[in-house]
Ligand binder design. Sequence first.
Ligand SMILES: [Zn+2]
Length: 325
Amino acid sequence: MKLFMANILAFLFFIPISIQAESDTLTDEKKIEWRMALYQKAEAVTQIPWYYFAAIDQFERNIHEETASKTGIIAITIPEEKWIGYTNPYRKGKQKTGMVEVFDGMGRDGNGDGFADPQNDEDLLQSIAEWLLQYGHTRQDIKTALWDYYQRELSVQTIMNIAKVYQTFNTIKLDEHIFPLPLHVNYTYKNTWGYPRGFGGRRIHEGTDIFANYGVPVRATTYGVIEMKGWNRYGGWRIGIRDIHNIYHYYAHLNGYADDLKKGQVVKPGDVIGYVGASGYGPKGTSGKFPPHLHYGMYRFNGEKEWSFDPYPHLRKWERETKRK
Ligand SMILES: [Zn+2]
């Protein structure tokens, strides 16, 4: 009976309590729905657009192996000292809301149970929301708030890019990837990760070379933002796209770019961004020093550093997935 009453009370006070009970069995689809509902609630309370909350949450999902939330719906994880305040002597877990504020902690009560609980989805979102609100509502205010919170330019940039993608497509269901070249053209590639390269001294090959004819269209493989476009003496005419999984996709040796392609532009899988070529290995405009191919590189950012990893298995997977469409 006691347990029964406790459940009733819990149901009255915590709206998404059913998430907690079900979280292990929730499908990804269901989690995405809950997530979206929580972002929209945060927007309703703060007037800060939902896609900023979504972008911060997605950024954190990409960097944590384990997140604080009991349900796994929200991935934002706030370090304990930040949550309760650095001088707070009462460590551990949830605390009465007022207590946290006394010690200048950022933990807040979003679900109205009187506690700031660092494992509760609504409390986590509310805490981030109030952090942002101190700075204001404009894009620039949000950037400043993010800089103060993360203290890293690349973290801010990644979150702002994710927000832009979510805003553009008005959804967070953007996991699709495709192969960079159209499957009907002649192309060939094999796993050359870590091979020595012919130009630029002692560098290992950080990518996969996909050989194809001059002028074959090169497509965005992912949802993301064009972060770099221009000449580099190694990569020639190249493009960098940062996606919503904290991954930077690097396309090199292009023959040219798609018309009107601009830095800062949002792309989706399949958008043509340029054409296969043999540019690079010299001053601006150098071409033909090697057979035409697309050099494809991938770099992961974990919130602290960025490093390259082998794109080959991903390209194989995207190729299979593109075939099935
Ligand atoms: Zn290469």
